[in-house]
Design a protein around this ligand. Sequence first.
Ligand code: G6P
Length: 554
Amino acid sequence: MVAYDLIGGSLIALGALSIATMRVGANWGVSALDRTFGLQEAASVRHPSRGGERRQHQHREPSVVALGGNMGPRLIIVSNRVAVPEPGTKQMAGGLVVAVKAALRNRTGVWFGWSGKIDETETAQPRIVERNHITYAVIDLSKTDFEEYYNGLANRVLWPILHYRVDLQKYSRDDHSGYMRVNCLFADKLSAFLREDDVIWVHDYHLMPLAHEMRARGHRNPIGFFLHIPCAPLDILLTLPHHDEILGALTYYDLVGFQTENDRDNFAAYLLAMPGAKEGRGLTFEVEGRQTRIGAFPVSIETAAYARLARNAARSPLAKEIRESLTGLRLVLGVDRLDYSKGIVRRINAFDRFLEVNPEWRSRVTLLQITPRSRSDLKDYAAIENEVTTLISRVNGHYGEASWTPIRYINRFYSRTALSGIYRAADVALVTPLRDGMNIVAKEYVAAQDPENPGVLILSQFAGAAAELTTALIINPHESDAVAAALKRGLEMPLFERRERHGPMLEHLLVHNIERWAEDYLAALAETRQRTSLMSELRAFLSPSKPSTDRRQP
Ligand code: G6P
């Protein structure tokens, strides 16, 4: 750490130089030629002694450039589920898809992960699918892998713990080893087509140990990780049995990104609790000779494009149908995957309370709750579905009239375009998660509004988005009275206040959009690598007789 402190300034300057280099390289334009080579020549690239390196240089020849071959590094995105746009496959919901697609836009890249299919025959090589200028590389999972890794450790243990719901976690050793096994499988399949200069960006809690596995296979590529969901405080993280194998493995990444500063700081506290861990400059930590950097990179949306989409969708037949069906009713909207972290029960309770204390609003407003089913194999998800359904029928039964249904409840999935039109039609969005990494619905709702006559966003203080969308009506979802009061306030808010609140949020999102998120993250990853390399070189220079302890930079 002494050396690091001594040269911190110049390291940063050199780091900035490397960012410039990376930004040039980061124009990873898609090319069919490159994509084909990338997946076929994988083995030789991993073993330069067998000619892989030479072949790579051949690809850099100007003639190949002229043919449209890509000379820059590829961006390999890895996530559990890959959203291959195929008829008949489950459509993915959530911010991860939006974010990954944005990261791959205008870059040469491959999106690698699980196909969403169960098959007992292990896929020898990932299946390659090309759609809309993106290369998808997918593998299937066996039933046991799906059960232990996805349903088990990822969604019965990590998801609840990271969402502060220790009470819901159900740990088992079988699930733990299934999780590690599938991470090894991902590492093997990824190794098979990885090139030396690829940049790897791993997404979400399913794949925390992946960098460790890749390093164990000798890969020295830059590897970043981004956690789309919250990171709980230290005491909660420590409830995860054998957390060092999973959370501790994040130290094998060069850069670990979080949604908010709060999440980042929670993880910093975890790192500092690791034996022998030391904090360096610029949110860099040294653990067992490895250096890892952490940072907050709030996920966003394609703000301008989404605003355009919503403007057009407002004129679509679906939007017209919805408006007609409202027959003058004001529209309150909730859009969530059916998940206990989303606070849907609390929201219905608050709506119930609102109707109870504001009888003048009965028959004048409807809550449209759009809730695609999610992870239905899991008991807690089946339970939340029952609870929500029962509660909604109780409220509808209690307040409803032959001519008025207080809550419209829908489990189907709406397309991005349709949803944008629905957002625009809604007077109020009720976004009440009990804990959420970011919450993209809140951002999409803001972008979809007519700036001249915007709706009102009611937002839980426990959504990552609350740190940015500060002029929303921020509420504590645990207090039904407060949510009910915010709902009344939102429905009755004068135009000037709606504009005053909406304007700064839209402005913020236009600047902090998803393209910027991807750029900021990748620039930070490049800078981190540059710092680490310089550190290793400096160490070697200062103590030439000692072998380097940094396994990534031997
Ligand atoms: C959240 C997670 C994503 C996940 C998505 C849908 O947004 O952060 O990683 O893909 O939910 O969940 P599912 O279990 O259906 O993939």
